[in-house]
Write a protein that binds this ligand. Structure first.
Ligand SMILES: Cc1cc2nc3c(=O)[nH]c(=O)nc-3n(C[C@H](O)[C@H](O)[C@H](O)COP(=O)(O)OP(=O)(O)OC[C@H]3O[C@@H](n4cnc5c(N)ncnc54)[C@H](O)[C@@H]3O)c2cc1C
Length: 339
């Protein structure tokens, strides 16, 4: 078998925070391998809301989530990270000679001096509605994420769910789709009040159909393509909605997946860390971004960015033992290929 590749830092998760960690490690002369279960970088930004503007990234009054991911990848690029996309890190074990061995679902093995876990909500996946035969439609006409609004242009779309994602996508697709039908088991939506009010306005104007209180009951179609979504009210009375696509937004399952078996102290499905360094309970393993827990933690991208800088500084002595780290600004140091 081929010798495993060696690197300074292995980053588990290529969400916005994992991507920025590549930059911070690179600035401190540490090479990175980055792993993600998804086959694109960007984490929640790419999978859940690529076309939504984010308003609280410092320096960007508004930036679409997909554009932020692109910028972060561009900022990391001078440090030549090695990406392992579409690969879940399944095992993380300590190496006898120091460092850690990571083994992925795709069979890759990498040995790293230190590990940064930037795994967000863990190996996240959508909560699927329990509809018989739904697997045959998934990825063809049933979706749990929207990657491009345009994919629904001219289509009759059923959106199921009562939270922010369901309401926000109903609003965002109202101009693009031929018809939007929102199915929710209650008359009241749990979304931000302003969005719920906009939904009511569009419903009154006849631009969105509210199918409430109903729940999904069955799918009809052939070859993975939907023709009708059958819904039932609370008394079991059914109705069939002619549809080309179903978007089901019932939240994400927050399973830590394999990370729960890595021997780290957990705090309700998150990794407990020391706030000033992002160090976990296992020396050499750090956690940043949404997965990191400490008192007062704000699950924001900008908090994750600061945690990435702190973790990189804490890792430096592990990768460069005996070398003093002189704190320097990026303006002083410059970036390879840019300065
Ligand atoms: C609709 C919505 C709107 C939001 N708006 C804002 C906003 O306006 N401002 C803001 O600051 N934040 C916002 N957020 C939150 C923000 O997206 C998160 O804070 C951010 O994505 C966290 O980044 P992360 O890199 O820590 O994790 P994530 O983005 O969750 O990325 C983690 C990655 O790790 C991968 N992973 C997990 N386990 C493994 C494993 N074992 N092996 C390989 N890969 C693994 C996952 O596949 C995932 O891609 C919003 C979130 C949502 C859902």
């Amino acid at each position: 078998m081929a010798e495993p590749v060696r690197t300074d830092v292995a980053i588990v998760g290529a969400g916005p925070v994992g991507l920025f960690a590549v930059f911070e490690c690179g600035m401190l002369k540490m090479r990175c391998h980055v792993f993600d279960a998804l086959d694109v970088p960007g984490g929640q930004c790419a999978a859940l809301y690529p076309e939504k503007p984010i308003y609280d990234i410092p320096g960007y009054p508004a930036i679409d989530a997909a554009a932020l991911v692109e910028k972060l990848a561009e900022q990391a690029a001078p440090f030549a990270p090695v990406y392992h996309l579409g690969e879940t890190v399944e095992r993380l074990t300590r190496e006898p000679g120091g460092g850690f061995r990571l083994a992925t679902s795709g069979g890759a093995e990498v040995i790293a001096t230190a590990v940064i876990v930037a795994a967000g909500v863990g190996a996240f996946g959508p909560n699927r509605p329990p509809l018989p035969g739904i697997e045959a439609y998934e990825g063809k006409s049933v979706f749990y994420y929207v990657q491009r609004r345009d994919a629904f242009r001219g289509k009759r779309v059923v959106i199921a769910g009562g939270g922010d994602s369901a309401v926000d996508w109903a609003l965002a697709l109202a101009d693009v789709a031929a018809r939007i039908m929102v199915v929710h088991r209650r008359a009241k939506f749990r979304a931000a009040p302003e969005s719920a009010a906009r939904l009511e306005t569009l419903a009154k104007a006849g631009r969105i159909d509210l199918v409430v209180p109903y729940q999904l009951q069955a799918l009809e179609g052939a070859g993975g393509m939907l023709s009708r979504v059958v819904v039932a009210d609370l008394d079991g009375k059914t109705r069939a909605l002619e549809a080309d696509a179903l978007l089901a937004f019932f939240g994400l399952s927050m399973s830590l997946g394999p990370i729960a078996d890595w021997g780290l102290n957990l705090d309700r499905n998150h990794i407990a860390v020391t706030p000033s360094t992002s160090a976990s309970s296992v020396p050499g393993i750090f956690a940043i971004g949404d997965i990191a827990a400490y008192p007062g933690k704000l699950k924001l991208i900008l908090s994750g960015f600061a945690e990435a800088a702190q973790a990189a500084h804490a890792i430096y002595p592990l990768v460069h033992p005996g070398e003093a780290l002189h704190f320097e600004y990026s303006t002083t140091k410059g970036v390879p290929g840019r300065s």
